[in-house]
Write a protein that binds this ligand. Structure first.
Ligand SMILES: *Cc1c(COP(=O)(O)O)cnc(C)c1O
Length: 398
């Protein structure tokens, strides 16, 4: 018998799509994948070199659980320069990816039956992490008219005596929604009034387009900073998904609790990757800008073409590397044995008929949307969208 804890989890829909695509490719089928949740670029050369040097110098032993002092200093420096945040190394913990940081943060603050507000559409792992902590995810649905952003009214309506925290992910995976400073202030003032934690997942902070500005929630006000747990990592910015380095900045008592959990579960993050992370944070940042520019080109092309396809309506994303188009207008149509009635059935049709992999929105909390990642080559994007257009052209209304 498995534990109730394990049995109440859903598997990750993004990883499921990736597995299916791999299987089709093994059978020799040419599939174009828009499922990727990671940059398609290689990790920059200097970062890889730093790791090689670390290995050669024997930096291959345990480090302090919360990370190398030099890395924590580099993180404090980054938070000051980029985000106008004052943190000391005692307020930082490095973990095995930002996913691990989020998990430990949630475990550190949640008791059984505590409620955690999650604006929907949401990143697939938030609800499962909350459930693992025996707490309860409370989904608050946002509208496309408001560009998938939570309104203060909706937040207020969903706060109860049991509310422990809210998770804000700006820019968002899957919607690309980016909150303005004033919008964050309005939301966080409500959190402050009710004394609830704000978990701010800032992993896509550097991937922002059209001259929009990023605001780090903890930089808004002193009182808000005290309640905010800032999560960030190197995976998306430096194309370092496989290195597994994420970090948390928060009040020292939270960091201590997270460190205790880490002491008895994973210990320190990988020592070699920590040295690479120091090089990434302290080295030149040109690589970040060149990746961002490339993503931006693809984003513009993708949004424009999707919006020209009948039945698809795509809100312009201002951050991250995903589009989350609405496909409701296609429901109730068919082609041969395929009946389209939700995002899942559409994704299945696109995979089998067009040989294009997209992620159905159900796992993100929306059955009217699909997620396409533009972390793939322009050539794939051009060809993949042509295939989608052709397949959707075959659908007839019933
Ligand atoms: C990718 C991602 C993360 C975690 O990335 P790590 O590789 O674990 O650092 C966290 N939040 C969101 C929204 C993501 O998309």
């Amino acid at each position: 018998m498995l534990s109730q804890r394990a049995e109440k989890l859903f598997s990750s829909p993004t990883l499921a799509i990736t597995a299916k695509v791999k299987q089709m490719r093994m059978q020799g089928i040419d599939v174009i994948g828009f499922g990727a949740g990671e940059p398609d670029f290689d990790t920059p050369h200097e970062i890889k070199e730093a790791a090689i040097i670390a290995i050669k110098q024997g930096q291959t032993k345990y480090t302090p659980t919360s990370g190398l002092p030099k890395l924590k200093e580099a993180i404090c420096h980054k938070l000051k320069i980029d985000n106008n945040l004052d943190y000391i190394p005692e307020e930082i913990i490095v973990s095995c990816g930002a996913k691990h940081s989020l998990f430990n943060a949630i475990l550190s603050i949640c008791n059984k039956d505590d409620e955690v507000i999650i604006p929907a559409p949401y990143w697939v792992s938030y609800p499962e992490m909350v459930k693992l902590a025996d707490a309860v995810p409370i989904f608050v649905y946002t509208s496309e008219e408001n560009s998938f952003k939570l309104t203060p009214q909706e937040l207020r309506k969903n706060i109860t005596k049991k509310t422990k925290a809210i998770i804000i992910n700006s820019p968002s995976n899957p919607t690309g929604a980016l909150y303005k400073r004033e919008e964050l202030l309005d939301l966080t003032e409500i959190a402050l009034e009710n004394n609830i934690f704000i978990i701010s997942d800032e992993i896509y902070e550097k991937l922002i387009y059209d001259d929009k500005k990023f605001t780090s929630i903890a930089s808004l006000e002193k009182e808000i900073k005290y309640l905010t747990i800032t999560i960030n990592g190197l995976s998306k910015v430096y194309s370092m998904t496989g290195w597994r380095i994420g970090y948390t900045a928060a009040s020292n008592h939270i960091i201590k609790a997270m460190s205790n959990i880490q002491d008895h579960s994973t210990s320190c993050p990988n020592s070699i990757a920590q040295h690479a992370a120091i090089a990434a944070l302290e080295g030149g940042q040109e690589c970040v800008e060149s990746m961002r520019l490339e993503f931006d080109k693809r984003r513009k092309y993708m949004v424009e073409r999707l919006n020209n396809i009948m039945g698809i309506n795509c809100v312009v994303p201002y951050g991250a590397f995903y589009v989350f188009p609405n496909v409701l207008a296609l429901f109730g149509s068919k082609y041969q044995n395929y009946h389209i009635y939700n995002a899942n059935s559409l994704a299945e049709y696109l995979l089998e008929e067009a040989k294009v992999a997209v992620v159905p929105g159900e796992g993100f909390g929306s059955s009217q949307n699909i997620r396409l990642s533009y972390a793939t080559s322009m050539e794939n994007i051009i060809n993949g969208l042509s295939r989608i257009e052709e397949a959707l052209g075959k659908l007839i209304k019933i």
